[in-house]
Design a protein around this ligand. Sequence first.
Ligand SMILES: C[S@@+](CC[C@H](N)C(=O)[O-])C[C@H]1O[C@@H](n2cnc3c(N)ncnc32)[C@H](O)[C@@H]1O
Length: 359
Amino acid sequence: MKVQSNLELHEQSDLSKGGDSHAESDSNMKRVVVAAEEKIKEEIANNFDINSSLKAIRIVDVGCSYGTTTILAVQNIIEAIKSKYKLRGLEDQIPEFQVFFNDLQSNDFNTLFKILPPNREYFAAALPGTFYKPLLPKESLHVVHSSNSLNWLSEIPREVQESTSPAWNRGRIHYINARMEVMEAYAAQYAKDWETFLCARAHDVAVGGLMALLVPVVPDEVDLSSETLTGGDFLIFESCLIEMVMAGVINEEQVDSLNLGFYFSSPQELNGIVQKNGLFSIVSMEKLHSLHSSSVPLEKRTLILKAGLEGIFERHFASDEVVDEIFYRFSKKVVVSSIHLHPENNKMLVLFLLLKRKP
Ligand SMILES: C[S@@+](CC[C@H](N)C(=O)[O-])C[C@H]1O[C@@H](n2cnc3c(N)ncnc32)[C@H](O)[C@@H]1O
């Protein structure tokens, strides 16, 4: 059996079809960057090392997509660094800024370039390719940013796709409510991906350089299926697909072979992964609570989910009619789902991590 990598799936998805769904998803994601704004500014200003020999400060936003969120994130970092120079009375020594926008090659960089602020204070460039590999020459980066991207696995764990494996995820599309072996396979893939990510960034980032990462996580004791919006969404999609099997629209094997490549660790789990890697010190690790109560109108939920999942479904089912039906069924169910009717019960958090490249 050919095991399709998650990256391939994302690469082949046509995100530009998103239209309104992309705009809704962007404004939903932006809430995370807005909630972290003060924290990021404070932490970067406190921990960025001013070096008089620096001629240019290089920043990358990994997994940037093509919306306004990445522009805001980059602006916040630049403001924080400039404020540090100003505070030290070094205003006239502020280096030039070079900003790299990284995402998969399929990302709509042209749309992103069109919305870059005309009066921006930085040189902008696209950096296409996976963030699981080095992106720039050795030690040439000073700040890395990422929001809402580091829970995207590089590939679907092989075991969950193999019918002979105890972790075969038959009849399910995610590890939510699945057997323990499935969950363990996802967790192992996530740990491996983070290790790869940290090693790739250790190549790119100069000693003393910073990484400001915003990662969706869940507290240990949380039941993903009933206490998180995302868990609720995935289960609704699963039930839509099972109904479509019963209606003869798709077949059982198409559900068996579909697995969504997202993982949500606990803060402790992520802490352990970063410590074990050892290439970056953890300067700060904090849960962002201000997102808890905020929710988006329920009728927009389908559009938001479409931005991330439509391409994956299109690739998997190779039929626009099937994909339309999945989202139609989803839109009917989501408005009566208990977790979505009470988004204040959502226990998913965003973890803010500030890491510093060790010597
Ligand atoms: C949910 S979006 C977040 C976009 C943006 N950072 C934000 O907060 O609005 C996740 C982005 O990560 C990108 N992505 C996923 N895996 C990636 C990888 N291995 N390398 C580069 N980008 C990746 C996706 O293409 C997508 O644009």
